[in-house]
Design a protein around this ligand. Structure first.
Ligand code: AMP
Length: 626
């Protein structure tokens, strides 16, 4: 049985008896000792998975494949168009490097429960460092390499690491970004700087290691022994990953060991249909949750080959980069954010570069991270000979909450929908009073506990923040922070963060919905809509648009066409009057549009410049137009 019936059966089974369902999933992985309790409460009263189970994530991701005779299979391929390096590591080679890195950390006094901050670009040492921490039962916290010094310092002060593992530089397109000045500054500001900082020197920009605290990676490694894995409890923490909360202070999402491994392994089978030996490529950054889950951990735990790509969708060297990597490494499953494809489409609207490559290895394309607008969905579906699957998740969940489950048999996709909840997630849509919404009615998307394995179970060092941020708005229901609805068939539509909903004269309007209509105009490359303050209507929508390259249309004509389109598609009550053309949208480095910032600028309010902003120069461009 596959398709809707298989999904329904699995979904019902997982909700009817979560313990039996997840016990069965846990049995697909080896354990050093099996769990004593499938689901039990911890001292905080939080439901936890697989207490008493003894395991180690580094052992699961590396050693056990070597023990199973797969040591000579490829575990990791590092493909770096910015340096010209392509390097493959077998599971045996990965084990050797992870074990030695763990030995190095041990030599620096790192043991179980200690924190290690990793501040690295997309190089193999980033993944190896994560696995080395896991090997010792130490807790890693990867800070995205693009974060500036104050953000790095804030994370260091929150995580209080013993050691910082870093690289001497990152490379963006053809620009070398030295990390040392940022590290120096961060460690100078930090109240709790680590005792040691180990730097992987890169040829593009070796660092001058001047402080007694600093160590050269290669030299220290050469003098380090191999370290074996430390058995840990399934409920022991594996990592902290900081994500933005509603306050400016980053939230340390805390992930466990056993539940995480079981959930990721299940997702590889049920969602991605990825099996041992398959080649899996998530074109993200190790500093984000997609990188943690689907570059580092899930593919390796599953015994797949994972691709680590140090490049961009375009200009490394061109908009055919994705297709080149798929051909070169025979990628079966590809995962990227919609924004990446909008960049490709902007440079190569007819996907003509695709003709140069053989992408016949590809079975599925998955996208997540932001709404997949139907226009990009149709472009991808037209040009790629594989299903295009929008799926929805967040840092907190660690794996998909909604997807078209390729491993259970695809269901009929609906453009604009992230399809169906993944088995294990009891998803509900509720209005602001907590009452369940009818089909088609937009509300708050919440999850009824227990959250399945792999989801966060606390905020590092601040359990009350975990309770406040996720469990207090609707008593006993997990708040995803996203708004959306389910249709008559149960398909889920994510319309954006709940703060992206506008209220125009008492009508609730979604930015995402209006953006979808505007983006379908042939001249528009991408757009964002926010609610601008209005005396009469509370808010009125403001649309800002980036035009496709080579489009020659006068602004007034375009605005009139876009306004007419929105009026025709949504209704006059949407009240779109203001449409502006901008050179680019304000975005985070991971490609999310910063609507909140846009709204603040549009309203003439004081704005907070998010640390994750791709380029602060965009603010002046917006001020000139809005
Ligand atoms: P992050 O924790 O940074 O990965 O961001 C998670 C947020 O990104 C979610 O709460 C959503 O608002 C958004 N998001 C992720 N995937 C999708 C998707 N497929 N469709 C719409 N929004 C998405």
């Amino acid at each position: 049985m596959t398709g809707p019936a298989a999904w329904q059966r699995e979904y019902d089974t997982a909700l009817r008896n979560p313990e039996a369902f997840w016990e069965a999933q846990a049995s697909h992985l080896p354990w050093l000792a099996p769990p004593k309790h499938i689901l039990s409460n911890d001292a905080n009263g939080t439901p936890r998975w697989f207490k008493g189970g003894v395991t180690n994530t580094s052992w699961l991701a590396v050693d056990r494949h070597c023990d199973d005779g797969r040591g000579r299979d490829t575990a990791l391929v590092y493909d770096s168009p910015v340096t010209g390096i392509v390097e493959s590591l077998t599971f045996d080679e990965l084990k050797a490097r992870v074990s030695r890195t763990a030995g190095m950390l041990q030599g620096l006094g790192v043991g179980q429960g200690d924190r290690v901050v990793i501040y690295m670009p997309m190089i193999p040492e980033a993944i190896i460092s994560m696995l080395a921490c896991a090997r010792l039962g130490a807790i890693h916290s990867v800070v995205f390499g693009g974060f500036a010094a104050p953000e790095l310092a804030a994370r260091i002060d929150d995580a209080t690491p013993k050691v910082l593992l870093a690289a001497s530089c990152g490379i963006e397109f053809d620009t070398v970004i030295p990390y040392t000045p940022m590290i120096e500054e961060a460690l100078a500001i930090a109240r709790c700087p680590p005792e040691r900082c180990v730097v992987k020197q890169r040829d593009a920009c070796p660092a001058r290691l001047s402080q007694p605290r600093d160590l050269d990676w290669d030299e220290t490694m050469a003098a380090s022994p191999l370290a074996d894995f430390t058995p840990v409890d399934a409920t022991d923490p594996l990592y902290i990953l900081y994500t933005s909360g509603t306050t400016g202070r980053p939230k340390g999402v805390l992930r466990d060991t056993g539940g995480h491994a079981v959930a990721l392994n299940y997702s590889m089978a049920a969602v991605y249909e990825a099996h041992p030996g398959d080649v899996f490529w998530a074109a993200s950054d190790v500093g984000w949750v997609v990188g943690h889950s689907y570059i580092a951990y899930a593919p390796l735990i599953r015994g797949c080959t994972s691709i680590l790509y140090e490049g961009k969708p375009v200009r490394t060297p061109d908009a055919g980069a994705f297709w080149r990597v798929i051909e070169d490494h025979r990628v079966k499953t590809f995962f990227a954010a919609p924004t990446a494809f909008r960049a490709v489409r902007k440079e190569d609207p007819d996907a003509s570069l695709l003709e140069r490559y053989d992408i016949s290895s590809l079975a599925h394309l998955f996208v997540a991270g932001e709404r997949l607008d139907p226009s990009t969905f149709h472009w991808l579906s037209k040009h790629l000979p594989v299903p295009v699957i929008d799926h929805w998740w967040q840092t907190e969940s660690g794996w998909p909450i909604c997807a078209n489950p390729a491993g259970l048999g695809l269901v009929q996709p609906k453009p604009g929908s992230v399809s169906l909840p993944v088995p294990g997630f009891d998803l509900r849509v509720v209005d602001d009073d907590g009452g369940e919404c009818e089909a088609g009615v937009t509300g708050n998307i919440v999850i009824k506990p227990p959250l399945p394995p792999g989801n966060l179970y606390s905020v590092w060092g601040d359990h009350s923040r975990y309770l406040d941020a996720y469990w207090s708005r609707f008593d006993g229901l997990y708040l995803t922070g996203d708004g959306g609805f389910r249709d008559e068939d149960g398909y889920v539509y994510i319309m954006g963060r709940t703060d992206d909903v506008m209220n125009v004269a008492g009508h609730r309007l979604s930015s995402g919905e209006m953006e979808e209509v505007i983006a379908s105009h042939p001249a528009v490359a991408e757009c964002a809509v926010v609610g601008r303050r209005d005396e009469t209507r509370g808010q009125v929508p403001l649309a800002v648009m980036v035009l496709k390259d080579g489009i020659n249309i006068d602004g007034e004509t375009l605005a009139a066409e876009v306004i007419a389109k929105v009026r025709a598609s949504i209704g006059a009550f949407a009240y779109l009057r203001e449409v502006k053309i901008v050179p680019r949208l304000p975005k985070t480095r991971s490609g999310k549009v910063l609507r909140h910032l846009l709204r603040q600028i549009a309203d003439g309010d004081a704005w907070d410049l998010p640390a994750t902003i791709e380029d602060a120069g965009v603010v002046d461009e917006l001020l000139a137009v809005l």
